[in-house]
Design a protein around this ligand. Structure first.
Ligand code: DUC
Ligand code: ZN
Ligand code: ZN
Length: 490
């Protein structure tokens, strides 16, 4: 009788720490053995000549989410997860997004109703907090954190999402007390608003002015401020979708001072620039996202940040809008940049882009690639070691890559529902050809092998990354602030 349900045989296994040749034995959903010359399995996958890496964990994507201005994402939990799987990702962490006035508990229930019957890979949820009113923070959030929704995104810009500094402090203080991780979209709202009003008044409404209205100084300032608020309350914080040298500098500086400040960047900041927003007619709308892609020097700074550890995670910020009136052009065929839905797709190409341009071009080694695209996200958000690694006892979530396969990207080959990819025409080398999720073959021979709804919800533990340092600034330390106790304020 065979010892294993499945053996992935003879591949070059890469984790965040090691690269070695091994057979991987899987029983049911779990990795149960690793070594050479494992006994035969009931099924076998020949991985000789292939790379075997943990399936990607995409910890920032928007799926079946309505934007604050009411535009619906192009992807539901079926197309979004299928697209992710074809790109080698086996876990996604999209958002359950609260709009003003919403009960968070209702929001979470609604997202489950949307995701549970459709997802083909495993998923957790971050929350988006746009209305952190007292009863939400007091009566809803602590229970949700206990139930596995232990991270939330807040915004410093967007008219209907932004928190002021006082609200940010309320959220940070709750996160500190409850052990949750706060993610922040850091751009200065007043700067964007001021520039936008003047640009539009001057008749500068084309997509390319989106980049002018979201300057790097606005990102740098808000990043600095968010870090300052987090330091004041000794609360870890993750800055999402970082695009500019200014913001990278702030994160680097905070890390150098030993603060628990984490950074995330995305493909659009490595592979696109503001010039893409200046394509003919409304084409530039396809590339409008916030923060916007910037210039070549910024791309280089982002690469540096990936190499030197300023960035902890490389996520897609997949925000899928079709290039028609349902999405990008919901404000009409001549919409101004302020009316264009923000976001680019990226779930499917996140890993192939970084592998081809990062690993094969010698900027990142395989272990850094795994760390940035899978392991670190699993650790930050309380899914490790079940997800994000190849180890005995971990879920058998594997992406088996042909490192020599060369693919020229086309819009048509994408499995999402967007209709275009910003990366069409690029030739990439290295592709995840077989993808396993909990021991199930999800993608093989360019075909989907699983049923809708076969993905599972993952409750996120509180992560060590979210624990305070215990290093209080003098004003918050009862020993040096005349005895006032921070606990009473939180
Ligand atoms: N910016 C966001 O803040 N979210 C979704 C996509 C985008 O461009
Ligand atoms: Zn954002
Ligand atoms: Zn986002």
């Amino acid at each position: 009788m065979a010892d294993f349900d499945l053996v992935v045989r003879g591949g070059t296994v890469a984790t965040a720490s090691d690269t070695f040749t091994a057979d991987i034995g899987i029983n049911g959903e779990t990795i149960v053995a690793m070594g050479s010359d494992l006994e035969a399995g009931k099924n076998e996958i020949d991985a000789r000549g292939m790379l075997v890496m943990p399936g990607g964990v995409d910890s920032h994507c928007h799926v079946e989410q309505k934007s604050s201005s009411g535009v619906m994402c192009a992807d539901d939990f079926y197309s979004g997860t299928v697209s992710a799987a074809f790109g080698g990702t086996t876990t996604i962490i999209p958002f359950a997004a609260q709009h003003k006035g919403d009960s968070l508990i209702d929001v979470v229930r609604e997202y489950h109703e949307a995701a549970d019957p459709k997802a083909v890979i495993d998923y957790a949820f971050h929350l988006i907090l746009s209305d952190p009113r007292e009863e939400v923070l007091r009566d809803e959030l602590p229970g949700l954190i206990d139930m596995g929704y232990s991270s939330f995104k807040v915004y410093l810009t967007y008219d209907l999402l932004k928190l002021d500094d006082g609200e940010m402090l309320d959220v940070l203080s709750l996160a500190r007390k409850e052990g949750a991780l706060v993610m922040v979209h850091a751009e200065n709202h007043e700067v964007i608003k001021w520039l936008t009003e003047r640009l539009l008044a001057g008749g500068y409404g084309e997509p390319k002015y989106h980049a002018i209205s979201h300057p790097r100084i606005a990102e740098g300032e808000a990043t600095h401020r968010a870090i300052a608020l987090a330091e004041l309350l000794d609360t870890p914080l993750l800055i999402v979708h970082v695009s500019s040298p200014d913001a990278i500098h702030e994160i680097r500086e905070a890390k150098t001072r030993g603060l628990k400040i984490y950074g995330e960047t995305c493909p659009q900041y490595l592979f696109l620039t503001a010039k893409d927003l200046d394509r003919d007619g409304m084409e530039g709308a396809k590339y409008c996202c916030s923060p916007p892609p910037r210039d070549e020097a910024s791309q280089e700074a982002v690469w540096q940040g990936l190499v030197n550890g300023t960035f902890d995670v490389f996520s897609s910020d997949h925000a899928p809008y079709r290039f028609d009136e349902s999405g990008k052009l919901s404000g009409g065929p001549n919409a101004t940049f302020k009316q264009i839905a923000n976001g680019v797709p990226g779930l499917e190409l996140r890993l192939p882009l970084l592998f081809s341009e990062g690993v094969l071009k010698g900027r990142l080694n395989l272990n850094q690639f795994v760390e940035l695209t899978s392991t670190r996200a699993a650790k930050l958000y309380g899914l490790h070691p079940r997800k994000g690694t190849i180890a005995i006892g971990a879920d058998a979530d594997l992406a088996i890559w042909d490192p020599d396969l060369t693919v020229t990207v086309t819009d048509e080959m994408m499995h999402d529902n967007v209709g275009y990819t910003p990366y069409a025409g690029r030739t990439l080398t290295g592709w995840p050809v077989t993808v396993l999720s909990r021991g199930r073959v999800v993608v093989q021979d360019s075909e989907l092998k699983v049923e809708r709804g076969s993905g599972k919800f993952l409750a996120c533990e509180r992560s060590a990354a979210a624990a305070p340092l215990g290093r209080l600034v003098p004003e918050m330390d009862p020993a040096t602030n005349f005895g006032a106790n921070i606990e009473r304020w939180s």
